[in-house]
Write a protein of this length. Structure first.
Length: 477
C-alpha cells in the first residue's frame, strides 16, 4: 500500500471533520489551518496564533485525535506549529511547536473577589446623585442582538468569537476580545449583542457597556470630586466590561493609566473584557505600550465591508423588522450603490420609506435613484462596476459568472463589451480595474471593447436600442 502524502492525510481529516462540526465552525476554525509536516505518524499543523491553538485544544481535541488515529493508525499524533509575532524586536515571526495534550488548554478559573471597604458604600458613576440604585443598568440596546446581526464572510470570525465569549464569558482564550473595523460596519452592534447574549445566558453576571468618552468623562468627574477610588472599585466589580471606541483613549495618559489598573484586575479575576476600535492595536497612535500589549492578549477580530449578498440580506432583515416590502430591483440598487457602510445602507432604506410615505409616492427604482443621489452625493453619483454588470446581465438574461468567465461565446462577449463601455463612461475606475472586474482582461481589451461598442452604435439600429435601454436602466439622474 502506497504511503499517503501530507496533503492527502489532511484532506481526508478535513472531510471527516466537516461532517462533525457546523459549517460556520469549520470555516472559522479549520479552513485557516495549514498542514506543514508528516513524519513518523506525527502530523504537524500550522495555526495562526496561540488563541487558535487553545481554542482547538479546548473544543475540538477529541475530534482531532480520533480523526488523526483513523488516518495514521493508533500511533498517529498531532503537533501544532504556531506563528508567533515577536513584538519586542524587529525580527521576523517565528514558529513554536507544541505537541497536543490530553487536557484542554488550562484556563484561570473565574474567581469572585469581594472588595472590602468597611462601612463605606461604593458610588456608582451611572447613578444620578440623590437616587440610590442597587442594580447596575447594563446600558445595552435590546435592538442590537445576535438575531439582527447578519453573518457573512466579512464578519464571520468576529461574530463566532463574540458568540463563544457570550456562551462562556471569561472562560475562553478571547480575553480581551477586540473588534475593529471601519465606520458603520457593526462593531457597536456586535458589542451590544455579546452583552445581551451574556445577560440571557448568565443573568447573575453584571454586564456593563460604556463608550470610551463616557468612561473618560466619569473619570474626570471622579478626579474633580476626589473619589477616584470609588470609580476604580465600581469598575473592578463588573463581570463583563464592554468598552466602545477604545481608540479615543489615545493621548489621554491618566485615563489610560486608570484603565490599565481596571483592565489588569478584571483580567486576573477571570472577568471578560470586550473592546471595539476603528483600527487594530498596531495602528493605534498615542496609546501606552503596556496597554497595547494587553489588547493583543486575546483575539483581535476585524470587520470588513460586507459583500453584495450580505448587504442584500441586511436590507431584507431591516424590511422584515419594519414590516414593509420593496421591489427586488430597488433593494438591489440600494445594495449595489452603498458598498462600504452598513449604517448608511440602513439609513438610505429608512429615508426611502419616509420619502414614499410623506409624498404618497410608490417606491420605484426612479425614486430610489433620486433619493440615493441626494443621500450620499459623493459616493453614489458614481455607479459601481458590479451594478453595471448586474444590469447588463439581467438585460441579456445571462448569469454574471458567465460575464466574468473566459468564454468567447458571441452573446457573452457582446454583453462583456457593453459592460466595459458603460464602466469606462460612468465610473472613475482605471481601464486595468475595469478589465480585472470583467474576467481578468487587460486595458487594451477594454479600449477595444469601447471602440467596438461605438462602431456598432453607428451601424446597427438594434444594438443602438440595447445601449439606449441600458443607459436608462443604469443612469443615476
Amino acid at each position: 500500500m502506497s504511503k499517503k502524502t501530507l496533503e492527502e492525510v489532511w484532506s481526508n481529516c478535513l472531510s471527516v471533520i466537516k461532517d462533525n462540526v457546523s459549517l460556520q465552525s469549520y470555516k472559522t476554525w479549520f479552513e485557516p489551518i495549514k498542514p506543514v509536516k508528516l513524519k513518523d505518524s506525527v502530523l504537524t499543523i500550522q495555526v495562526p496564533s496561540q488563541f487558535f491553538y487553545e481554542w482547538l485544544e479546548e473544543h475540538y481535541i477529541t475530534l482531532l485525535k480520533k480523526t488523526i488515529k483513523k488516518e495514521l493508525g493508533s500511533d498517529g499524533k498531532l503537533e501544532y506549529s504556531i506563528i508567533m509575532d515577536n513584538n519586542l524586536t524587529s525580527s521576523k515571526p517565528y514558529s513554536v511547536r507544541i505537541p497536543t495534550s490530553n487536557t484542554a488548554a488550562v484556563k484561570n478559573p473565574s474567581v469572585s473577589m469581594p472588595i472590602e471597604i468597611g462601612e463605606k458604600t461604593i458610588k456608582n458613576p451611572f447613578i444620578i446623585p440623590g437616587l440610590k440604585k442597587v442594580v447596575v443598568d447594563s446600558q445595552l440596546n435590546p435592538n442590537y442582538s445576535f438575531d439582527t446581526f447578519i453573518e457573512g464572510d466579512s464578519n464571520r470570525l468576529a461574530r463566532s468569537a463574540g458568540y463563544a465569549v457570550a456562551k462562556k464569558p471569561g472562560g475562553t482564550a478571547f480575553n480581551p476580545l477586540l473588534i475593529y473595523g471601519g465606520v458603520g460596519l457593526g462593531k457597536t452592534h456586535l458589542a451590544h449583542a455579546i452583552g445581551i447574549e451574556i445577560k440571557k445566558n448568565h443573568p447573575q453576571k453584571t454586564v456593563l457597556y460604556v463608550s470610551s468618552e463616557k468612561f473618560t468623562q466619569q473619570f474626570i468627574e471622579s478626579v474633580k470630586n476626589n473619589n477616584q477610588n470609588d470609580f476604580i472599585h465600581f469598575y473592578q466589580m463588573i463581570d463583563v466590561l464592554i468598552i466602545d471606541d477604545v481608540q479615543f483613549f489615545s493621548g489621554k495618559d491618566r485615563t489610560q493609566d486608570v484603565f490599565f489598573h481596571i483592565f489588569n484586575h478584571l483580567h486576573q479575576s477571570g472577568k471578560q473584557l470586550v473592546l471595539s476600535s476603528d483600527k487594530p492595536p498596531v495602528e493605534m497612535q498615542g496609546m501606552e505600550q503596556r496597554l497595547l500589549s494587553r489588547f493583543k492578549w486575546g483575539l483581535s477580530a476585524d470587520l470588513q465591508p460586507p459583500s453584495i449578498e450580505t448587504r442584500i440580506a441586511i436590507l431584507e432583515m431591516k424590511m422584515y423588522q419594519e414590516g414593509i416590502e420593496l421591489p427586488k430591483e430597488v433593494v438591489e440598487y440600494l445594495a449595489y450603490s452603498i458598498t462600504t457602510n452598513v449604517r448608511e445602507l440602513e439609513g438610505a432604506l429608512i429615508s426611502l420609506i419616509a420619502q414614499s410615505s410623506l409624498n404618497k409616492k410608490s417606491i420605484t427604482l426612479d425614486l430610489a435613484k433620486q433619493m440615493i443621489d441626494k443621500f450620499v452625493k459623493n459616493t453614489a453619483r458614481e455607479v459601481s462596476i458590479d451594478y453595471i454588470q448586474k444590469v447588463v446581465c439581467d438585460y441579456f438574461d445571462l448569469p454574471i459568472e458567465l460575464l466574468k468567465s473566459k468564454t468567447r461565446k458571441r452573446e457573452v462577449v457582446q454583453a462583456r463589451q457593453i459592460a466595459m463601455y458603460f464602466s469606462k463612461k460612468l465610473t472613475k475606475s482605471s481601464l486595468a480595474n475595469i478589465g480585472a472586474h470583467c474576467g481578468g482582461k487587460d486595458h487594451a481589451t477594454v479600449l477595444h471593447a469601447c471602440k467596438t461598442v461605438n462602431n456598432l452604435m453607428d451601424t446597427d439600429k438594434t444594438f443602438r436600442g440595447y445601449i439606449s435601454d441600458l443607459e436608462k436602466k443604469i443612469a443615476i439622474q
